[in-house]
Every structure is written in structure tokens, then in C-alpha cells.
Design a protein around this ligand. Sequence first.
Ligand SMILES: *Cc1c(COP(=O)(O)O)cnc(C)c1O
Length: 449
Amino acid sequence: MHKDNIDTAMLAEAEAWRSRDLAVLWHPCTQMAEHPDTLPLVPIRRGRGVWLEGVDGRHYLDAVSSWWTNLFGHAEPRIAAAIARQAGELEHVIFAGFSHEPGLMLAEKLLALAPPGLARVFYADNGSAAVEVALKMSFHSFLNRGESRRKKFIALSNGYHGETLGALSMGDIPLYRRIYSPLLLQPLFAPSPDAYEAEPGESAEACALRRADELATIFARHEGEICALILEPLVQCAGGMRMYHPAYLHRAREICDAHGVHLIADEIAVGFGRTGTLFACEQAGITPDFLCLSKGLTGGFLPMSAVLTTAAVYEAFLDESRDRAFLHSHSYTGNPLGCAAALASLAIFETEPVLERNRATAARMAELAAPLREHSQVIDVRQTGMILAVEMAPGDRRGLRAYRHALGEGVLLRPLGDVLYWMPPYCIDEAALQHLAKTTLSAIIEAAR
Ligand SMILES: *Cc1c(COP(=O)(O)O)cnc(C)c1O
């Protein structure tokens, strides 16, 4: 645990930083009018393990892995060193017509680790871009094969796939989507298999299978018109950490196969061990046609994403004609620093029993969260691996009150609406877990006032 070491000079520095920041910056996903009064802005000086250290000397436990990106702690020395080494050799090079060792090695490594049957890696530089790549590739591969009627996508209710217009189109969270809907593609939305929405007495598996039957009906109604089904395997994270049974994925794969439709698995948030397996798809024993990876790909160090796809998709683009090629690029495609960070992060999975250790940590999270169920304002506690969510009874700005209270206690808990969740770096220790559990309980009590 960390002792805060605050003096007046540090407090003054933090205050000066705050006012300079609010004079020029525009922060993401934020109503800036709420700064500085409703929402305090927290300038951070450094990070170590699960802890962030504020400019004012206070420490914050990063219970949300800085928007789900961090795996092994802040400033993890092996990843930091790999980036520094790479920066001294080759910081970046155009990836069209040129190649480099970290880019090649990372592709080989990802294909070796991913579910069997994926054969090609296309890099992009953030999660939303990876989703755009998968959508465009799916559509274009059908076009190249003469299936020009296929131009629709199916997405799940309560899903989230990013903020660029194509990715936002596939999402179903009104808070992000509603305003921009005149600009968006209109996918078909199939009901989420979310176990929280199960009928009374219905098991998670039965709910998943019922929803899969409804999915099959949509497929049948749009025969020959659909390119791909896009979904977040096992956990709809931005949608409030809603979780579902792997049987849905298994059935979804069968339904896609029966109709010649691609399955896009958006594992941007759940990949790299979050759900208990390296990739969430493993729990259903399926291989998607597109696997989108980002966030934890670089251990949380650098923006980078990868889309893994099959030989069949790749081969649909091979031709003399330029029109048949995938003429999509980002300036920083295949950035060597990102690749080096990803390789260093994946090396930790190989040299340490990460998934095994996470199982023990996840079991400890379950034990520590059990008492929260008793609180009258808690209506659900659910967990998939290293993601644990506490659904509070709905209340006006309850999440904001919980957030502010937790910050005061030195914990960064950033609720999704009325859902508090733990998605910590994997290196969280017993003392930090106990502090997290204690603060979560007091935040729930405070938020209910
Ligand atoms: C975060 C997220 C994205 C978008 O990634 P960005 O890097 O923020 O663009 C897409 N899909 C899922 C499931 C995510 O959680």
C-alpha cells in the first residue's frame, strides 16, 4: 500500500496544472462544463504497478486498468525497456512495401496463440480502426467473390465497438450512438444473450440458447444479404459489464457457418487473459473469421491494434486488379514500437504463469465481493475471470457519487452508469484488493445517500 506524501508545494503545483489544463485541453468522453466543480481533474505524475501517483502526491489504485488497457501494471519495466530498445533502432517505417522484425514476429506470435484457423494479421492503430478494418474486409471479400448483395451487418443489442462512424454504427449504447445516428450505418440488431436479462428462473445457458434461436431467425429473414455478425465474446464491457454464457458463441458460429456469414469477434476489451483464457473465444471452442485485438495488446503502453483473419478471406483479395486489393492504411500501421511492446507483453505470458495466477486473483476478487451482495442497494454481482461487476439499484448520478467518493479514498473506480466494476491490472496484490473491496463498499453506501 502507498502512503500519501502531500505537502503544500505539491498541492499548489497540482492546482496550477489543473487550471492550465482546463484552459487548453478537451478531455475524452467528458462534459467539460463539469470540470472543475462536479468532477475534479486529477493530474498524474507517474504510475507503478496498480498505482497512479498524482502531481499532488496522492496515490490512486487503478481499478479499471486505465480504460482496460493495462495488463501487468503501469511502467512495467520489461515492456518499458523493450520500447526504449526499439526506439533506438527503428521508431517507425512505412509498412506498405516495407517490413520489420517486430512486425513480423508479432504476427507469427499472434497467429500461434490465437484460436486455430486464423492465418493473416493486418495492423491498425486503435480498437475502433480494427473494427473498421474487419467490417470493410468482410464486405469487400464477399464483393470480390461476386456476392454483391451482402452489405448488411448484424450486431448485438447493448454492444459496443468504438467511436468512429463505422464502429459506432455497430454499437447499441444510446449514450454514444443516439446523437450521431443520422450519420450511421444501420445494422440489424439481435437481442443480447446477456444473462442479467434472463427470464426468472432461466439459466444463463438457457437464456443464451434462446437468444441464439432469435439470432437464427434474423439470419433466415435476410438470406444472402449479410456480411458478418459482430459481437463482443462473453462480456459486453461498455454496455455495463453484461456477461453471457459461451453456448451463445458456439451457436452463433454454427449459424454463421450455415449461412456463409463471417463472425467478427471483437476481443478488444476481453482479449489477453481478461476472461480467464487468453482469448474469450476459447471458452466456446470457436474460431472467428475476424479477431479484433487492441487495448491489452501492448500491455497498455501504446495505441495499436491487429485484425486476424482466415486464409479464405485473404485469398479473396488476391488478383491482378487493384480494385480487389484492400486499399486501407493508417500512417502508423505496424508501428515497430507498438509491436515491440506487444512482444514484450506476450513474453510475460510465456515466462510467467499469468493465467494460473489470475485464477487465484479472480477467486480472491469473488470472495472479497461476496459481502457486497448483502447491501440493499446492490442488485447483482457478476464475474467473468478478471472482470467483476456490481450492479447498483438505479439512482440519479449514483455512479458519479461513487466515483467521487472512491477518488477521495485513493481508488480510481469509473462506473458505467450504475455499475461499479473491478478490472484491475493482473499484478494487483492482496493489500490492494482489500483496499479496493473496502472502498467499493463505502462508495456504494455513499452513492445511495
Ligand atoms: C474500447 C473498445 C473498442 C474501441 O477501441 P478504441 O481503441 O477505444 O478505439 C472497440 N470494441 C470494444 C469491445 C472496446 O471495448
